[in-house]
Design a protein around this ligand. Structure first.
Ligand code: SAM
Length: 492
């Protein structure tokens, strides 16, 4: 399925990071660093810079702050990967340049400040012959310097502005806040898209400067990436599941094994979120997988399993939990926390009414849709949580496909398909890879009360499952949700 919706900046940044990870940056040493160190490899954010040059097919790049030349070379490698002849003009006031740029075709170094007449003249002369698509500023962590340099480079008419160190001090944060005010949804920090691309102490900001910045960009490539990344995992976990649910629970070993393995594959780029809770099985499985991962290495150290749910007892929850409902006990939150046992420190419970719950805005690397009886709850989850998944990188596990009241769930999945890739089925979870941030109005027109409007969307997800997986069991689950809809519409 092709994506015909307009690209947003979150998707564009995620696309650049993902594509850039495949560019060979071995020649892009950072060079001299603090504490007399010499870094012979690239910085993590170079893959974003290279990827941005590649996906935008940048014809020219202007950089302020050459240092050793690692980032200038990363832009050049990204251009080369896009089949574009490298053309980078990079400024510094001190010459520390090294192997990445010396003698490198397509990279011109200028020893001047772009705000001074000599520097300004070099920029104007270059811009008369070239088209600058990206301006990258990574020099002084100073508000006046930043604002003056943005002004001094504005005449080249770039489509992208990338700013390093936007969180480094109060002045830089103020400059970034002003840009966000001005550009709104066209300005984003890398930390908003995925954690750990750039250190959270320094931050890096990206601004899409013009209306047509996204023209020609498509997230189609992320579908392939999602299939490659998660498809095998689901197939392997389903073929030989290793996690058994406690006796009497509805979860299946296959889906729990997918959750466990998925946590093991996370990169610490975002949180784990479970939407909805009845029994503890899903959360405990995720939390113990997270505990294992944290014991093995630091990558997931700052990540939690966030369980977003009302935690209210009703007859169906009581049945799922195997508890007695008493009139006095309206919440099962204390029992839920107690049942987590050793895994409790890894779980952050966010309790409250669906409509009043707001997500923190942190990126989400693993999103699990667990208990979703209420239509408004589910619609809220899609609107509030799905936009924070990282396109091309996060995993979405939708439990209970074909379960009770799943007709609306299936219909919403069909409606959201332009933004999702179907990567697997682990009975009874459908596993999807987000490929694009859904716009806020993506569920408009799918009225949860007008059930006769759901058929086309259910057909759409069914066709995608057929196309991608050809999985008979998944198809049967969709068929069950069709049958439920027929029954509710009184169609026999
Ligand atoms: C953090 S380093 C740049 C790192 C490089 N962009 C990278 O990512 O590999 C900052 C550089 O900005 C340079 N710089 C300081 N003042 C400058 C100015 N007014 N114009 C241009 N560069 C300047 C410094 O000399 C230093 O080399």
């Amino acid at each position: 399925m092709s994506i015909d919706t307009e690209m947003d900046i979150r998707t564009a940044v995620a696309l650049a990071v993902t594509v850039g990870r495949e560019v060979d940056l071995s020649a892009c040493a950072y060079g001299p660093a603090t504490h007399d160190r010499f870094l012979s490899g690239p910085m993590g954010y170079y893959s974003f810079l290279a990827g941005l040059a590649q996906v935008t097919k940048a014809r020219g790049v202007v950089e302020i702050g050459t240092h050793y030349g690692g980032s200038a070379r990363a832009f050049a490698e990204g251009q080369r990967a896009a089949g574009v002849e490298p053309n980078v003009l990079t400024f510094d006031v001190e010459d520390r340049s090294g192997d990445p740029v010396q003698g490198e075709p397509g990279i011109q170094r200028v020893l001047a400040d772009v705000r001074d007449p000599a520097g300004a003249e070099r920029l104007t002369g270059w811009a008369a012959q070239a088209t600058a698509d990206i301006v990258y500023i990574d020099a002084l962590k100073d508000q006046d310097f930043l604002e003056e340099t943005i002004a001094a480079t504005a005449h080249v008419g770039a489509r992208w502005l990338v700013l390093d160190d936007i969180l480094a001090n109060t002045g830089m944060r103020a400059a970034w806040a002003a840009l966000r005010d001005h550009y709104g949804a066209r300005a984003i920090s890398l930390d908003d898209v995925a954690l750990n691309i750039r250190s959270s102490n320094y931050g890096q900001g990206v601004v899409a400067l013009t209306d047509d910045t996204f023209a020609g960009l498509t997230a189609e490539r992320l579908r392939v990436v999602q299939q490659d990344r998660w498809g095998d995992l689901v197939r392997a976990a389903t073929a030989s599941p290793t996690i058994d649910p406690p006796a009497g629970q509805r979860e299946r070993p296959e889906e729990l094994t997918v959750l466990h393995e998925a946590v093991g594959r996370m990169r610490g780029e975002g949180e784990i979120v479970v939407a909805g809770a009845a029994c503890n099985v899903t959360s405990t499985t995720l939390a113990s997988a997270l505990a294992d991962a944290v014991a093995k290495g630091p990558e997931l150290a700052g990540i939690s399993v966030n369980v977003v749910a009302p935690f209210l007892m009703d007859a169906s929850v009581a049945k799922a939990r195997g508890d007695d409902v008493t009139e006095r006990r309206t919440t099962f939150l204390p029992d839920f926390r107690a049942a987590l046992g050793d895994a409790a420190p890894f779980v952050n419970t966010i309790a409250g009414d669906a409509s009043s719950r707001r997500w923190t805005g942190r990126p989400i690397e693993l999103l699990v849709i667990d208990w979703h009886r209420e239509h408004t709850d589910l619609a809220h989850v899609w609107r509030e949580l799905l936009p924070y998944c990282i396109p091309g990188r996060s995993l979405l596990v939708v439990q209970g496909l074909g379960g009770q009241e799943s007709s609306y769930l299936t219909a919403t999945l069909g409606r959201l398909l332009p933004y999702l890739e179907v990567v697997g089925f682990a009975p009874d979870s459908l596993v999807l890879g987000p490929v694009q941030s859904p716009p806020a109005n993506s569920l408009d027109g799918l009225d949860h009360r007008r059930m006769d409007g759901w058929w086309d969307d259910i057909d759409r997800i069914d066709a995608a499952i057929d196309d991608r997986l050809g999985d008979r069991r998944a198809h049967q689950q969709v068929e069950r949700s069709r049958a439920m809809l027929r029954k509710r519409l009184g169609l026999g």
